[in-house]
Design a protein around this ligand. Structure first.
Ligand SMILES: Cc1cc2nc3c(=O)[nH]c(=O)nc-3n(C[C@H](O)[C@H](O)[C@H](O)COP(=O)(O)OP(=O)(O)OC[C@H]3O[C@@H](n4cnc5c(N)ncnc54)[C@H](O)[C@@H]3O)c2cc1C
Length: 481
């Protein structure tokens, strides 16, 4: 008989959290610390969502999305998780850009970018200063319709090279394009520019294990291998509201549901159109999801070493940058993340993770044969590209494997295998959810801004506070009845 992953669960929880991405984990932790009874359900055999890792024979550990995040993570993690986790966050100093337009080594912070823009790209100091200051002042509530591309033209007209330097890393960090609202670039870029790029020393496995231990200590009931099939609603006082979930074929009652699943999944599949007004359903259907990713994982044989060629190396053979070319099936734009032994202190191992932006549509309909062939092409091209920096690397690799938008869809259930949730309009749907269906909340990658490790943790905090208010009001009402 199949193992019962819900064995011993209670009949009722204050809140059920669907999904254990960084947004779901953080919300669950905060709600438990507020004194609520929390059940966290994750369909995968591992917690973390896209903040995950996998191991392979030969002693390899591969991190999926541990490439870099802004310094703000230290504060958020200290405040909403623990000092211990925050203490492992360290700066990555070796960021490189190598493409036909320029070759640059940088610490990726405001001071160094100011130097580069003035000395290497010959931009007047006053323009650089104005650009950084204006960006820093950008506000989520600004009602500007300017796109990132239009903004670049305002500060750096005709300077395709400058626009590439500014845009390429952010496209990798949040999937945004030159056609997205300028704020989606401005907020994320400013976050990085404040102090550079950071990583978690110890690897994603250590981070998520520490988070899981904290959840346990705070009393969260965490269940893996449990897929939520449906969010259950009932009509009370003439209005529908959330009353539970159906998961692994079982009904679990609760007062609130916080979904970390993709916002379109949450509304259109898990809750279902029948629970919303036709206008809200139409708005949700119209939400565009962001692009997806491919990755190539290269494991270096035990005993072999790699020279230090940088931590994050943005490479491309394209003569000019364009958001379209970046996601093309045959893109030559690749980011190499190099994991040296100090990624996991005490280890003597090296791995390389190659990330490429991708379109789900290019991968979804491939036959099995075509799919295998395209994956092999990704691997071959990635190794050939890496050989330009480490000529003898091929002989040192004893594990190679590729992931595609289909892999992301399989493991996270994300709509069209999206890597960075939705475009800007998804945020409104996510925030409006509890007004549409009382008791239903969403935290996770939406609106480009609320994505990435820092964005999803911070959004998880915002939404957990809303759920806390809702549950506390419910408890007060129940106590007075
Ligand atoms: C290749 C790649 C590289 C990246 N690199 C970086 C980086 O360097 N820096 C950075 O800051 N960000 C990076 N990101 C983005 C970052 O990883 C994500 O934005 C962030 O981790 C998403 O968190 P989330 O809370 O939205 O949830 P997700 O990680 O999307 O997790 C959602 C969870 O919900 C679960 N779930 C969904 N539906 C159900 C269901 N019905 N029942 C049960 N469980 C369900 C899924 O299994 C999953 O575990 C990268 C992403 C990708 C794909």
């Amino acid at each position: 008989m199949a193992y019962d992953w819900l064995k011993g669960i209670e009949d009722h929880y204050d809140v059920v959290v669907i999904g254990s991405g960084l947004g779901g984990l953080t919300s669950a932790n905060i709600l438990a610390k507020c004194g609520h009874k929390v059940l966290l359900l994750e369909h995968h055999y591992q917690l973390g969502g896209l903040a995950t890792w996998f191991t392979r024979k030969g002693g390899h550990i591969f991190d999926i999305s541990l490439h870099g995040f802004p310094v703000g993570m230290i504060k958020s993690v200290r405040k909403y998780w623990s000092q211990d986790i925050a203490d492992s966050i360290i700066q990555l100093k070796g960021v490189r850009f190598i493409n036909p337009q320029f070759s640059v080594d940088t610490t990726f912070d405001r001071e160094d970018f100011t130097r580069l823009l003035i000395e290497k790209f010959r931009i007047p100091a006053e323009t650089v200063e104005r650009f950084f200051t204006d960006l820093r002042a950008m506000n989520f509530y600004d009602n500007s319709t300017e796109t990132t591309g239009q903004m670049f033209e305002r500060y750096f007209p005709g300077r395709d090279d400058v626009q590439r330097l500014l845009m390429e890393p952010i496209a990798y960090a949040n999937g945004s394009t030159q056609d997205d609202p300028a704020i989606t670039f401005g907020i994320v870029f400013s976050n990085f520019m404040s102090k550079g790029v950071y990583t978690f020393q110890g690897g994603t496995d250590t981070l998520i294990k520490k988070m899981a231990a904290e959840l346990k200590q705070n009393g969260v009931d965490v269940r893996k291998h449990v897929a939520v099939e449906k969010i259950l609603t009932e009509e009370r006082d003439g209005r529908k509201r959330v009353v539970g979930v159906m998961a692994n074929g079982r009904t679990i009652r609760c007062d609130a549901v916080l979904s970390n699943s993709n916002i379109k999944n949450t509304v259109l599949r898990l809750a279902g159109e029948e629970n919303f007004t036709p206008e809200f359903v139409a708005q949700t259907q119209a939400v565009r999801v962001n692009s997806s990713s491919c990755q190539v994982y290269l494991g270096i044989k035990k005993g072999e070493t790699l020279p230090h060629i940088g931590d994050l190396v943005f490479t491309s053979d394209e003569t000019h940058f364009s958001s379209e070319k970046l996601v093309d099936l045959h893109t030559t734009s690749r980011t190499f993340s190099l994991y040296y032994p100090d990624t996991r202190p005490g280890s003597d191992r090296y791995t390389v993770v190659v990330s490429l932006n991708a379109r789900y549509e290019d991968w979804k309909n491939l036959t099995d044969e075509e799919y295998q062939r395209e994956k092999q092409r990704l691997i071959d091209e990635s190794i050939a590209s890496l050989e330009k920096f480490i000529p003898d690397v091929r002989a040192k690799i004893d594990w190679m494997e590729a992931a595609t938008p289909r892999t992301i869809e399989y493991y996270t259930h994300h709509w069209n295998g999206t890597s960075f949730g939705t475009k800007f309009e998804g945020l409104k749907i996510s925030m409006d959810l509890p007004n549409q269906l009382p008791g239903l909340y969403h935290a996770g990658s939406v609106g480009i801004i609320m994505s990435g490790w820092l964005g999803t943790i911070n959004y998880g905090v915002i939404v957990a506070n809303q759920v806390d208010k809702f549950l506390s009001a419910q408890k007060r009402t129940a106590a007075t009845v």
